[in-house]
Structures are given as C-alpha cells and as structure tokens.
Design a protein around this ligand. Structure first.
Ligand SMILES: CC(C)(COP(=O)(O)OP(=O)(O)OC[C@H]1O[C@@H](n2cnc3c(N)ncnc32)[C@H](O)[C@@H]1OP(=O)(O)O)[C@@H](O)C(=O)NCCC(=O)NCCS
Length: 372
C-alpha cells in the first residue's frame, strides 16, 4: 500500500541503509526528518513493513523574472530484498501526484543514477556555475582577516544574508538555523570591521558574509552555499583554500540563463580569472503544464494562445503573432528553467511565435542546503 506519512523511524532506517549505510543520515536533512519538518515521506508498506520510500518537500523558488513552486524528491530507496519489482517507480509516481496536488509546477531531484530517472521522464534542467579554485588562485585573494567558524547565534545574520540572493528558495529562519547545524558541514563567517552595539550595549561586529563547506557525501569539498559582501567572501574562500591543503575547492553559484555571471561573488571570481563551467541544476519533470504556461504567459510581452491536441498527449501548440509551434512537456520545463546557462527552448518559442519573452528562462536556483 502506498501512503503519505511524516518521516518515521523505520523509513529513515531503510533510507539510511540503502543510501549511506551510516548513522546520522537523518540529521543531514532536518527539513524532512527534523522536528516540525515541512517535508514528509511517501512509502510502500506491505505486511507491516516499509519496502520502498522517498522524501518530498515543497519549495517556492524566487528568481528575478518570476516565482515557481517546485517539489523536491530525495532519498529514493527500496529494501534490497524488494528491488526490481517496480516499487520505487510506484513510490516516485505517488510522490509526483502529491506534489502536483500541492501546486508544484515540476519535481526536481539530484540523481546518483540518471538512467533510472531518465526512463521515468526526468531530464537535466536548470543552470549553475561551477567554479574550481585551485591552489594557484590563493595569491589572487585578499588576506584572511576577520574569519571565524560560525556559532549558533550567527544563524539570524546568515539567514538575513541568504535572503539577499535574487535566486533562492524561500525558507524560514528556523529552517536555515536547522540546516546550518547539519553534521559534516563547516560554516565560516566574516566579521565586518565596524562595530555596533547589541541589545545590552556591548560592542559586537556584524557578520557580513558566510560560506558553507561540505555536506554529507554529495557535497564534500564544495562550497555550496554562501552569501554577503563579495570582498568578505573572497577572504572566506582564501581561508577555506588554506584548510583544503592541496585539494581544489569547488564553488557552486547561480547562473543567469544567458550565461551571464550573477553580480557579486561570481562576477568577481570571473574577473580574477578563476576557471568556471556552466552546469545543470538538477533533474526535473514537468508535473503541471497549466502552471508552467501561466508562468510563461506572465513573462511574455505578447499574448500566446495555447491549444492542447487530444491526439498528442504531453505536448501543446503555442500560437503568437508570427506563427505556431508544438512544444513538449520537456521543452516547456526547459523554457522555464534553462539548461546550463542556455535559453534554447525559450528562443525557439520566441522565434516561432514572434512573442518576446526576455525574462525566460527564469533560471531559478537551489542552494546546497536545500537539497534533500
Ligand atoms: C534505485 C532503487 C531505488 C530502485 O528501486 P526498485 O524498487 O528496485 O526500482 P524499480 O523496481 O521501480 O525499478 C528498477 C530499476 O532500478 C534499476 N536498478 C538499479 N539498481 C538496482 C538494483 N540493485 N536491483 C534492481 N534494480 C536496480 C533497474 O535497472 C530498473 O531500471 P529499469 O526498470 O529502468 O530497467 C533501488 O535500487 C535502491 O534503493 N538503490 C539504492 C539507493 C539508491 O541508489 N537510490 C537513489 C537512486 S538514484
């Protein structure tokens, strides 16, 4: 039987043994397994035993050109004795139906096995910029000053800096604090030179930048979330490089859909000649074509008429002032998310219909702390 439930001990144990074989797995994902978590699990239960499960979490994404609600799917796992019988496929489909019911335009996941998800309708979508900071970069970065490990009381300042990102998922301050406490992650902060007074009149230095390094097996060696003043971030990166020894440091950043760097740190790193490559954000599947069309219409400068063809499911015709084009579910998702800093699907739609849609793709971004 397929059911939706809060994350229970048995489901956690199944996920931990299938995915990591280690304890402490649930502490890595407080938005699903923590107290008052918004996420939950979909599980297949037979004879009182959980055979297969996945975690789901709804997130509202903000980008300069618009907002999108997406459903994250994580920790897909089937007990080893029950594999190869379609259980994970059923769990995934049930998760997608639930996320569509909750208003998500698409489901997103980070796949270890792209073939498994590719066969189930997922494709690589979205944009990020992946920087590689080799040791030779160190001398181009400012001296380390004002850097220290984050403390629990920095969570509010870090959350404030996180909220300055134009591309991000909405999260509560509580969620940011819980995510920062996840095991296996180092968080560095930079203290501003100026002092201000706290509520007791004592002089304190404001935190003006933060950098999150590593998180679980997937993000080892990566700076996957950061925020704040670009100069202060360069100091944090130099401190992180000093700690990394000879190993390079990887830094994940948002990337606009036309391949332009995000202002702030990514633009500064490019100026400093730090190597980077465009990458994809995740694997995604369109869940709600009507919601995708609404988001495109909201961004379009000329009206587009959309018509379903009952003989051709999972696609529709878009008609604009110049002409018409058939667009599949996959291309609709690509038009919204972009792929690796390219706006091909949006351009094809513009060319065929004659409607200009400069805000497309919205190129929303998820920071490393958001992965489930
Ligand atoms: C991947 C996993 C969730 C599949 O669960 P499942 O219930 O066996 O999945 P289904 O029966 O619905 O589908 C089986 C598919 O998984 C693939 N597969 C991957 N590893 C497998 C394994 N060890 N045993 C059986 N099938 C496996 C099969 O090739 C098959 O794909 P296909 O139908 O496209 O040919 C399961 O093998 C598992 O828990 N693996 C470890 C955890 C993991 O890697 N999870 C993240 C996946 S990116």
């Amino acid at each position: 039987m397929l059911e939706l439930s809060a994350a229970d001990d048995e489901t956690r144990a199944l996920m931990a043994s299938a995915l990591r074989g280690a304890s402490g797995f649930d502490a890595e994902y407080p938005t699903v397994f923590g107290p008052r978590a918004r996420g939950c699990v979909v599980r297949d239960v037979a004879d009182g035993r959980v055979r297969s499960a996945c975690a789901i979490l709804v997130r509202d994404l903000r980008a300069p050109g618009g907002a999108l609600r997406v459903g994250l799917i994580g920790s897909v796992a089937t007990a080893s004795a029950d594999r190869g019988r379609g259980l994970a496929t059923n769990v995934l489909e049930r998760a997608e139906r639930e996320l569509a019911r909750r208003g998500c335009v698409a489901s997103l996941l980070w796949a270890d096995d792209e073939t498994f998800y590719g066969a189930r309708g997922y494709a690589r979508v979205g944009c990020e910029e992946d920087f590689v900071l080799g040791h030779e970069v160190r001398g181009r970065l400012p001296q380390v000053r004002g850097v220290r490990p984050a403390r629990a009381e920095d969570a509010a300042a870090i959350h404030r800096l996180y909220r300055e990102h134009p591309r991000r998922a909405l999260r509560t301050r509580r969620e940011t604090a819980a995510l920062l406490a996840a095991p296996g992650m180092r968080v560095l902060v930079h203290e501003a030179e100026r002092e201000s007074n706290d509520e007791h009149g004592a002089a304190t230095r404001d935190v003006d930048a933060y950098l999150c390094l590593g998180r679980g097996g997937d993000l080892a060696g990566a700076a996957h979330e950061w925020g704040g003043d670009a100069d202060a971030l360069l100091r944090l990166l130099r401190a992180a490089l000093d700690d990394a020894g000879a190993a390079p440091l990887y830094l994940m950043a948002p990337l606009a859909a036309d391949g332009a760097p995000e202002p702030g740190l990514p633009a500064r790193l490019r100026e400093l000649g730090v190597a980077s490559a465009p990458g994809v954000l995740a694997m995604g599947k369109l869940l709600d074509p009507a919601a995708a069309i609404r988001a495109i219409d909201a961004a379009a400068c000329a009206p587009i008429a959309w018509n379903d063809d009952p003989d051709r499911p999972a696609s529709r015709t878009a008609t604009g002032p110049r002409g018409a084009v058939r667009i599949s579910d996959e291309r609709l998702l690509e038009a919204l998310f972009g792929v690796s800093g390219r706006r091909e699907a949006a351009e094809a739609l513009e060319r065929a219909t004659g409607a200009t849609i400069p805000a497309l793709p919205l190129a929303p971004f998820l920071w490393g702390l958001d992965s489930i």
